[in-house]
Design a protein around this ligand. Sequence first.
Ligand SMILES: Nc1ncnc2c1ncn2[C@@H]1O[C@H](COP(=O)(O)OP(=O)(O)O)[C@@H](O)[C@H]1O
Ligand SMILES: CSC[C@H]1O[C@H](OP(=O)(O)O)[C@H](O)[C@@H]1O
Length: 400
Amino acid sequence: MSSYHPLSEAEAIEIARSIREVFPTGEELVSREIGDGNLNLVFHIAQPATGRSLIVKQALPYAKVVGESWPLSLDRARIESEALIKQGELAPGLAPRVYKADHELALTVMEDLSDHVIMRRGLIEGGHYPKFAGHISEFLARTLFFTSDLGMNQQDKKRLVQSYINPDLCKITEDLIFDHPYYDAETNNIEDSIRDAAEAIWRDEALLFEVAHLREKFLTRAQALLHGDLHTGSIFVTPESTKVIDPEFAYFGPMGFDVGAVIGNLLLNFAGQEHWSADDVSRRDRRSELLATIRDVWTLFEGKFRRLWDEHGVDRVARAAGYQDDYMLRLLRDTIGFAGAKTVRRVYGLAHVADLDTIPDAAARERAQRLALAIGTGLIRRNRQAESIEDVILIAEGAL
Ligand SMILES: Nc1ncnc2c1ncn2[C@@H]1O[C@H](COP(=O)(O)OP(=O)(O)O)[C@@H](O)[C@H]1O
Ligand SMILES: CSC[C@H]1O[C@H](OP(=O)(O)O)[C@H](O)[C@@H]1O
């Protein structure tokens, strides 16, 4: 019989106490539930006498944001802890350290990153992260390349695909990103002021055709082990450091979905800048900085991925003349399409983002939402014709 039950704070403390490398001495521990995500419990356990701390994250058997009417497999906690460990091995320093995982209790005990800030919050507050593009491009290039058929033994890859079968969380993405925003679904959360824009999307046959292509790729393309939910709420930053958390949506899917998630979420912040910047000059500077970051993320990612391919590629056939260039162009196009889909869903789908939702003035919020939709739909329309990352910059600037 399963021993699973949601932890009390006292139980979370007892589990934390067993991590001797963090708490070698017996002073009092205090616990605080700090989960602000859509799905899980997160306990911050601290030892005030020593200043030491760690995080206990536990999955609930349902989606916290909706309630028990939306059951979810607890196996996602196993997937999350295994993905965290793998990402930490492939991209050293860019994921939190995992101290312990208990699959029965669906929990992971990990490094406390409270000295960092969640990037979405940091961007809203005007933070600058000059090393971010370098760090995230490294994370993306190494985790995607070394779990693909280009960078690992192809029989071992098939076995790894098996252990990351993640049907419940893939279904969330299939519904909330690639289906519900494209009709009048009950789960959508549409402000009245932009309902006309949503309805125009539902009637746009050319756009729906592109979304069907993107959805097909998400459903069928086991290209590499993805993080699967790489938005700016899943990234902790400081000006010096970047740490990627929360890979419970990990599965083998199309690489562009992860790269596109990063770019789409930078664009959501770009869309909110009329409110978040103090004046016209700082708004222009901030937007240029965000677009430069997007350019750097792609350019650095592409360079690193190509270098890994040249130096560590395992597939003789993949050395065919012109194949790498063709592969990278297809990856760029997927990235642009997925960035668009990630942007649209956050405007009026089930789960919004603070970059737009916390703009207090209704008219300014509406302008930001419409801008995000113009950018998102522009990227989706363009994706299969795109030639370079400059297409993204032009679409974002052109939507202003
Ligand atoms: N390793 C960590 N260190 C510090 N805080 C964390 C850590 N992991 C999660 N958190 C906090 O908990 C919140 C929710 O975590 P997250 O993994 O995104 O949960 P969910 O899966 O429910 O979205 C984060 O926004 C952050 O504030
Ligand atoms: C019903 S889950 C909605 C949404 O929440 C997840 O994000 P997070 O766990 O980081 O809060 C994911 O993006 C899902 O699409």
